[in-house]
Ligand binder design. Structure first.
Ligand code: TLP
Length: 341
């Protein structure tokens, strides 16, 4: 099977498993795991932040950050397709009593002007606009990179107004690899940043939240409340450190493979891919004009040994990653061309 459903499907490599086996561990609720300390320091330094905190998942990283920034009844501004708004089982509403105000965009990044329109005036009737969330890369928009200048303008405007900024950087590694802009430069526009080890980087588990020391101390308590306080999780941190060491430089290969898939799909009758949005490892295809429809295509390709997802009416998503080689992507392209044209 050539599995293009998500970059979350990767399995730990032999080298990573060795690193896991060798990991020195301690009880992390007592803050005594040396490997977790090393990972947290490494990620904080890559992001230019004072501190970082390991949590089990990207969802918990975002939820921890959002809850730590806000109080019940606050409002959070996010792009309409954002992961925090669509794919986290309404955790912010359920646990934090928060509501979202969303901004629809074509490519996943709203402008400063669009954001300003959504900030509530201070008035008895309104919720308080407390937090703005950006997502880089933007998953639902097709792995698009947030333009850094826009992030800077948004970050500065929020700072002036006392509004907090969270960056969902689950795939910030990909944004940085593709744009050659260091992660810390993107992170500088946000008070908190979450990054995932279990997507393009290929670790089995783990995400981190980063921010100031004071913020992370409070986030530690939020994490505990959510049940994310882990014990000898240094085995997971070792996988993360290994992934940062060995799997960041190769992300460019995934991006090349995604472009190959995108060009192939775009050449097929009834399928369109906006090639301008294929900036990293995600391809979104519009199949509204294809006779098989999105579920028909997914089923047919599954029979041929290629897996990917239907993510809405007329929309398919294909994601490249560590566990699909260039040869497999070429094979997938040949199978797609034969089965769908
Ligand atoms: N995204 C998953 C699914 O949940 C959709 C995927 O297959 O892409 N932020 C972003 C931008 C994400 O794409 C994801 C995962 C998360 C956060 C949450 O991470 P996990 O799955 O570790 O909770």
């Amino acid at each position: 099977m050539i599995d293009l459903r998500s970059d979350t499907v990767t399995k730990p490599t032999a080298g990573m498993r060795e690193a896991i086996a060798r990991a020195e561990v301690g009880d992390d609720v007592f803050d005594e795991d040396p490997t977790i300390h090393r990972l947290q320091e490494r990620v904080a330094s890559l992001l230019g932040k004072e501190d970082a905190l390991l949590v089990p998942s990207g969802t918990m990283a975002n939820t921890t950050a959002v809850l730590t920034h806000t109080e019940r009844g606050d409002e959070v501004i996010a792009e309409e397709g954002a992961h925090v708004f669509n794919y986290e089982s309404a955790s912010s509403a359920a646990f934090g009593g928060l509501q979202f105000r969303t901004i629809p965009t074509a490519a996943g990044s709203f402008t400063l002007e669009q954001m300003i329109e959504k900030i509530r005036p201070s008035n008895l009737h309104h919720p308080r606009t407390r937090l703005v969330c950006m997502e880089n890369t933007h998953n639902r928009a097709g792995g698009t990179i947030y333009p850094i200048e826009e992030m800077r303008r948004i970050g500065a405007a929020c700072r002036e107004r006392g509004i907090r900024v969270h960056l969902d950087g689950a795939r910030l590694w990909n944004a940085s690899a593709a744009s050659k802009i260091p992660m810390a430069k993107y992170a500088a526009s946000a008070d908190s940043v979450s990054v995932c080890l279990s997507k393009g980087l290929g670790a089995p588990v783990g995400s981190l939240v980063s921010g100031t020391k004071e913020f992370i101390a409070r986030a530690r308590k939020t994490r505990k409340m959510l049940g994310g306080g882990m014990r000898q999780a240094g085995v997971l941190a070792a996988a993360g450190l290994y992934a940062i060491e060995h799997h960041v430089d190769r992300l460019a290969e995934d991006h090349k493979n995604a472009r190959l898939l995108a060009r192939t799909l775009n050449g097929l009758r009834g399928i369109r891919v906006d090639l301008a949005t294929v900036q990293t490892n995600i391809v979104i295809a519009d199949v509204r004009d294809h006779p098989l429809g999105e579920t028909g295509i997914v089923e047919k390709m599954r029979e041929k040994g290629v897996l990917f997802l239907a993510i809405g009416p007329g929309r398919l998503r294909l994601v490249t990653h560590l566990d699909v080689s260039k040869d497999q992507v070429e094979e997938a392209c040949a199978l797609l061309s034969k089965a769908l044209s």
